[in-house]
Design a protein around this ligand. Sequence first.
Ligand code: ATP
Ligand code: MG
Length: 430
Amino acid sequence: MNAPNTANARDAAPQSVRGMTDALPAESAMLTAIEAACTDAFRSFGYDEIRLPLLEKTELFARSIGGATDIVQKEMYTFEDRNGESLTLRPEGTAGCVRAALEHGLLNSQRRLWYCGPFFRHERPQKGRRRQFFQAGAEIFGVETPDADAEIIALCDRVWRRLGIGGLQLRLNSLGTEQSRREHRAALVAWLESRADDLDDDARARMHDNPLRVLDSKNPDTRKVIEQAPRLDDYLDDESRAHHESLQQMLGDLGIAFTPDPLLVRGLDYYTKTVFEWVVPDGGSQSTLCAGGRYDGLVGRLGGRATPAAGCAFGIDRIALLAQPQTHAPAGLDVYAVVVGDDARREVNRLAGQLRNRMPHLRLVVNCGGGSFKAQMRRAGKSDSKLALIVGDDEVRDGVATVKDMRGDLPQQRKPLGEVPACIENRLSS
Ligand code: ATP
Ligand code: MG
């Protein structure tokens, strides 16, 4: 490898890769709170966590997501490792989850799993669209009846409630079985060919290898033409139709409103029957906050025994754009310990240990790097801590420490060292 040797290259401060943004503390706090809302809901519905590698063999995604999809054709970060094996940074979670479940024999009975972490797609970066982004997802395996689809949707509804996000639209469609899609596909391709002159270049390019995707074109002119295309719901087999009706009934019973969307097709090939998206109404092209559906054929496609499955994935970064920053502000400090002198340092370290044993969630900073009493008090003020614990060598000699209220105007208290932990705990809980 050639080391850059110009002065400029040496001096320039390094920058992050385009589309892979750093989440600074304020955004991180929000992302963590949103992930916690998702993962708490997953746990409360009896889902178990699975931690999956960020890298998989490239062929896993081509086989599962589908070779004609945008993700596989244009968006994957694929490279050869040192052994010449083609690897891909995961663009989504379901494929890896199914791979792992198969590899470890988890699919012999019903199984509920969840995951959370970064995903990678080489897309044009813009608001709500990054090249590294975060998803939390849940998958249920081994249930073919629509109660599993309803459970996944109810789980999503629970997450919105936890986050206080209202007004989202649940768009719902059924893609039928692979057989009914094949029949619809043949009719659709014939129709698209007959209207090729009225379609845009993108639609024309896709109409043979992925005609279903033409249906969710974002171009308004193309959309107008497509309104008359053969509709998938006219080709649904009886079983898919009954499944879909039963799901709608269950959502009604759960009090979850939905909007039927016959043009909703999703960007991954593995879906069968139910597909859904939770959308911010009028939110533009980055308005989908969560998406999912049923994928009864995927486990079989990856070499396992046919196993029905359903799942969903939340776009954590997009939800963060919507959440109110003040409700997920980084947690402030509880105590800033001001420590002047060597004996005081020893005493404060002992006290800090006691405090941390007593209150495992306590946020306590012990001043580092010395400084005068005044300078340390200034730091304590800047830290926006609730309390300051003040210990100098004089105090240690007298066996006391001072607890000062930094936000209100309660009088400061001088306490024997043995009483300090209880005093701080009381102050923080009042
Ligand atoms: P879109 O139509 O917006 O590209 P998608 O259909 O490609 O979405 P999915 O693969 O279903 O998205 O992923 C589930 C969710 O993950 C999306 O609804 C979205 O909230 C989020 N997501 C997908 N791609 C990105 C990205 N590049 N940056 C940020 N969030 C993303
Ligand atoms: Mg996409």
